[in-house]
Write a protein that binds this ligand. Structure first.
Ligand SMILES: [Zn+2]
Ligand SMILES: [Zn+2]
Length: 446
């Protein structure tokens, strides 16, 4: 009895420092988790659209200030002067050491929630165009905010275990991919030291709650919106011979655009060209003057993106020319710069290092290598074209029973942005806080 008591005492003394930190982190999270779950439910029930995150950002700022962070609110500057930037920058200085930035995003989406949970969003508002829309945290940014707040608390409590400057970000307008740019344009990197590392997590609608996914290298694609205005010469539907029909040219253009990825691009370079919108005409017997197409273009490499954009312009112009449309009425092809976002590139060394940390913290079964996707995120802006090593991790958010059921039946799970996307608060939030806190402690350890 006595012997075993002494043994356990010794084991307690000799238990390794990281293992001890891990145990005490679990205890601290246990104490906090009920509060975090209720914070999450409160945020989930009160989503705000991109560019209008006033209440969410005020809440995040107040919470971080109460934890002892130096907080700047309403930070950032959009190109469009109509929008106020609701960025939150919270800094905790803790002696000399690296600067680590952890980013969360604040905005919801114009989606009507169809989940039956008691905290489902019932929020409605007007969108930019003045239409009535419902709002939902359908991308799980409420999970990101709550994980950030939990991480903020853990690191404030564990201040004796790290050193350097910790920067926590609440970024507005991720869904419109202009919020990170607005924060940089507002002078983020002159207000804080330029970070040595950038970290973020995003919830994942296919991965089980309790797990983390990591993807070294390109993880998410760049995205460019392109608008093509095909101009013809309108007239009566019964007299095509005196018109130049932009609807037929649009149809030919859409099919010709399919050859960019299939015939002009290396199969080893992932790329997508999708025409997601086509608008033209008002009536069956009128040939309209113009047709508008909206495209999304995705790739990983910048040179691939440039090649695709010039191929789109070439195909649009020459298809119109082949239809006899005069020089001064050739299509107008425009990449919408405000909707561009670079690829998310996870620094391989940093990503592998942190995957090791997660394996220790969560067990290796709970850390999986996740393949890259062609979805896009604006987190890449913060890395200043890969100058700053950055890593974004996937946070499993789905009830494991639902993942198993989907695998069994082959029926896909609701994706991000779906009205039925339903993160499981526990253990998603616990895992998010534990993973992010462990990652920061690794990079800032004493
Ligand atoms: Zn999203
Ligand atoms: Zn998102």
């Amino acid at each position: 009895m006595k012997k075993s008591f002494i043994f356990s005492l010794l084991a307690g003394i000799f238990v390794s420092a990281p293992a001890f930190a891990q145990q005490s982190l679990d205890v601290l999270i246990d104490r906090e988790i009920a509060q975090l779950v209720s914070t999450y439910k409160m945020l989930h029930a009160a989503p705000e659209l991109s560019h209008y995150e006033a209440k969410t950002s005020a809440f995040v700022a107040a919470q971080l200030r109460a934890l002892g962070y130096t907080v700047t609110e309403n930070f950032g500057k959009f190109q469009n002067p109509k929008w106020k930037s609701y960025g939150v920058v919270a800094v905790m200085k803790n002696g000399d050491g690296p600067t680590v930035l952890v980013r969360s995003d604040l905005d919801g989406l114009p989606v009507e929630e169809k989940n039956a949970v008691p905290y489902a969003s019932k929020v409605t508002t007007k969108n930019e165009a003045g239409q009535d829309v419902s709002v939902m945290h359908a991308c799980g940014h409420d999970v990101h905010i709550t994980s950030l707040l939990g991480t903020a608390k853990m690191l404030a409590l564990m201040k004796d275990q790290w050193r350097g400057t910790l920067v926590l970000i609440g970024q507005p307008a991720e869904e419109t991919v202009d919020g990170a740019k607005a924060m940089l344009a507002g002078g983020l990197y002159s207000m804080i030291p330029k970070p040595d590392f950038l970290l973020a997590l995003h919830d994942n609608a296919e991965l089980e709650a309790g797990k983390i996914g990591y993807c070294p290298g390109y993880a998410l694609a760049n995205a460019t919106s392109v608008e093509i205005t095909i101009r013809g010469l309108g007239g009566h539907g019964s007299k095509p011979e005196v018109t130049k029909d932009p609807i037929v040219v649009a149809a030919q253009t859409i099919l010709a655009l399919q050859t960019i990825v299939s015939r002009e691009n290396s199969p080893l370079d992932p790329a997508v060209v999708t025409v997601g919108s086509i608008h033209g005409g008002t009536k069956s017997n009128i040939i309209p003057d113009e047709v508008k197409l909206l495209l999304t273009v995705r790739s990983y490499k910048e040179e691939v993106r440039q090649r695709i954009l010039s191929a789109i312009a070439r195909i649009a112009k020459n298809t119109a020319a082949a239809a006899g449309i005069p020089e001064d009425r050739l299509p107008i092809v425009k990449a919408i710069e405000t909707e561009f976002t670079p690829a998310t590139y996870n620094d391989p060394k940093l990503t592998e290092r942190l995957a090791g940390v997660f394996q220790k913290a969560l067990g290796s079964d709970n850390v999986v290598n996740w393949p890259p996707i062609m979805g896009a995120e604006d987190f890449g802006h913060f890395s200043l074209d890969k100058q700053i090593p950055s890593a974004m991790f996937w946070l499993g958010a789905v009830d494991p029973a639902k993942v198993a059921e989907s695998k069994r039946t082959g029926k896909p799970l609701p994706s991000l942005h779906s009205s039925l996307f339903e993160p499981l608060p526990e253990p998603t939030l616990r895992t998010g806080v534990k993973a992010m806190t462990s990652a920061v402690l690794e990079l800032m350890k004493k």
